[in-house]
Design a protein around this ligand. Sequence first.
Ligand code: AMP
Length: 178
Amino acid sequence: MNQDLLLKNLRNIPDFPIPGIQFKDVTSLFKNPACLQELDNALYEMYKDCGITKVVGIESRGFVMGAALAVRLGAGFVPIRKPGKLPAETISESYSKEYGTDTIEIHKDAIEEGDVVLIHDDLLATGGTMLAAYNLVKKLNPEKVMINFIIELDGLGGRAIFPEETDVKTLLVVEVDE
Ligand code: AMP
């Protein structure tokens, strides 16, 4: 993987959405064709032999590469969304994040017991969002759940929030204050 290309094109927005947050703007990678190809290929190489049957993407930045990866893997794609957005019966989970608190939902029939699931989001900060997604998916009793992020913020200890045996992979590690 060409990490230099991705790191060079990852835009940092200081003090967004509140003072003190260094916001890693993954849309600066999505808009660049070479970076988009690089992300797509890197994720496919990482997960092509894992038997994944469903990729779950977290609203909204997790939809972009999550859906692309599902197509490459021949898997299904499942959205996790904010409350009131999904039309059929849902289950939900609340959590706290780096700035504020939130709730997420998934369709009750989105995951089946034999599914091997990869949950994908753009960025790991404290891990609260992904832990809520992980707990949500686990309630639907899949065979296995793996976790992926494009970017891991080093220095917030987000990785430690997941059960020890959890498969957590990231493409890029970036210092939280950079
Ligand atoms: P957390 O639950 O703390 O791991 O926060 C992760 C979620 O919030 C992801 O969906 C990110 O898109 C967003 N997020 C949190 N902190 C940042 C940051 N510094 N830069 C970009 N996105 C962030």
